[in-house]
Design a protein around this ligand. Structure first.
Ligand SMILES: NC(=O)c1ccc[n+]([C@@H]2O[C@H](COP(=O)([O-])OP(=O)(O)OC[C@H]3O[C@@H](n4cnc5c(N)ncnc54)[C@H](O)[C@@H]3O)[C@@H](O)[C@H]2O)c1
Length: 448
């Protein structure tokens, strides 16, 4: 793509209040970010390969269900400060700042799949303008941003000289995105101190959030990965302690709450498994790289192993209580990985479903946020609680909180409360066998 007239190379000044910004990847994270920039005075073009996403945005209709975004989107599209395009190169040519929010996932062999980021780098190599700044927000393995910069250099611009490069991890949570964007400190690091400072200025102006300039790209990348490993390992610790509590007939939750009052401990709740785009994924970026470098991250690996085993462990406990699951009809309650959220990436439901089938049980998935067609399209069997004798709770949706009497009335015998949302007393009063992580219970019944 031809470059239009040259702009000042390597800006030394903060971007002005009329910055032109391209956000590449207008998904669950990219779109809210683009809307916020546009609402704070930038002229924003959201670039996405998905034509339906682009068309919806240009109609002022939000393709994502995130609180506050539909209204903000309508406002910025109407005022002309945000538009969308499938022509990413064109969007980049007309921008001073390029923010990348495309997904990077792990391969089946659990290394980072950089295909999407490489596709973006190829477009940037052709279309980035001298004097621009690229900011990567997508979570990457350490060194991933520098590598992208080197790919962009193939287009002829010199990294850190003709264009700035920064990394700023996206650390917000779905359903809380707009609030988190405003309040969470925005971590930034740059290829040079100038890039870092420029990115810090950009976010201070166009996000209005507190900014934490940590210096280098890699320090900023590690801030995200370290946070993810911390969370995963701490959930694994809770799961391990919960399993120990079961051996002694201790209610782990009660011990956990008491332990957390000493000003030192911050034990998390155990559960039936870790879902989501982030926590069960990004530790692998660290695990794979540290193994390659001959310094295995053993605790991170073990944390992953413990958490990945939680769904299977839940089924083992059920079998220890009522005997083999073969022939039972089991309802998995919840597909989303967080209450009230319609997102199922790496949901423990998938592992439970697969394991139940492997144990010759019949499994159905029930989630009020998904239609039967949507559940089928994911290779799962939708259903209802008719004829069910076991219910396994994966997601603490509101719709499931008061469901115990109905489950009992419909013939359910055993419930596994994977999120600890039900009262054991209520379950037992309803005549149900009640199991949850960190609480001994149930009874040994051989056979059906
Ligand atoms: N979703 C979350 O809860 C969350 C939270 C924190 C951080 N993040 C970070 O945000 C990143 C993006 O996540 P998301 O949830 O917004 O993903 P998403 O799947 O909702 O959206 C990604 C968008 O990128 C588009 N895209 C893919 N390849 C492209 C390309 N080559 N050029 C242009 N557009 C392209 C897709 O069409 C899609 O619309 C993640 O990789 C992660 O690092 C996500």
């Amino acid at each position: 793509m031809p470059r239009p007239a040259e702009r000042t190379s390597g800006s030394d000044v903060a971007d002005r209040a009329d910055a032109r910004v391209a956000v590449i990847g207008a998904g669950k994270m990219g779109l809210p970010v683009a809307c916020v920039f546009a609402s704070r005075g930038a002229t924003v073009v959201a670039c996405d390969v998905d034509r339906r996403v682009v068309e919806a945005i240009n109609r002022g209709e939000s393709p994502i269900d995130e609180p506050g975004v539909p209204d903000l989107l309508r406002e910025v599209v109407r005022s002309g400060t945000l538009r969308a395009t499938t022509n990413t190169g064109g969007g980049v040519v007309e921008s001073d700042i390029v923010v990348i929010l495309v997904p990077v996932v792990v391969t089946p062999s659990q290394t980072a799949d950089l295909e999407t980021i490489d596709a973006v780098a190829a477009v940037l190599a052709d279309s980035l303008q001298p004097g621009s700044m690229v900011i990567v927000e997508t979570t990457l393995p350490i060194g991933g941003t520098r590598r992208l910069g080197q790919l962009v250099e193939r287009g002829g611009l010199r990294l850190g000289v003709d264009f700035d490069l920064a990394f700023s991890p996206e650390r917000v949570k779905s359903r809380l995105v707009l609030r988190n964007l405003r309040l969470n400190p925005k971590v930034v690091g740059g290829i040079t101190p100038r890039s870092a400072a420029r990115a810090a200025d950009f976010y201070a102006t166009y996000l209005g959030a507190p900014v934490d300039n940590v210096g280098t790209l890699e320090t900023a990348e590690f801030a995200k990965l370290a946070g993810m490993v911390y969370r995963d390992v701490n959930i694994a610790l809770a799961n391990e302690l919960a399993a120990y509590a079961e051996l002694h007939d201790i209610d782990f939750d009660r011990s956990r709450m008491a332990a957390n009052t000493d000003g030192e401990a911050a034990l998390l709740s155990p559960g039936i498994g870790v879902g989501g785009h982030c926590t069960p994924v990004y530790p692998y970026f660290l695990i794979a790289d540290s193994a390659d470098r001959g310094a295995p991250a053993r605790l991170a690996e073990l944390g992953r192993e413990i958490n990945r085993f939680q769904p299977e462990r839940a089924l083992d406990r059920m079998e220890a209580t009522i005997g083999p699951l073969a022939g039972h009809r089991v309802a998995i309650l919840g597909l989303g990985f967080r209450p009230g959220v319609k997102e199922h990436s790496n949901s423990p439901t998938f592992a439970l479903y697969e394991q139940l089938r492997a144990r010759d049980a019949e499994a159905v998935v029930i989630d009020p946020l998904y239609s039967a067609e949507e559940i089928s399209a994911l290779g799962l069997n939708p259903g209802d609680i008719d004829g069910i004798d076991i219910a396994v709770l994966v997601t603490g949706h509101d719709a499931f909180t008061g469901i115990l009497p109905q489950l009992a009335a419909d013939g359910v015998r055993l419930v596994f409360d994977g999120r600890g949302i039900w009262s054991p007393e209520d379950a037992r009063d309803a005549g149900l066998i009640y199991l949850r992580p960190g609480m001994a219970g149930g009874e040994r019944v051989v056979g059906r």
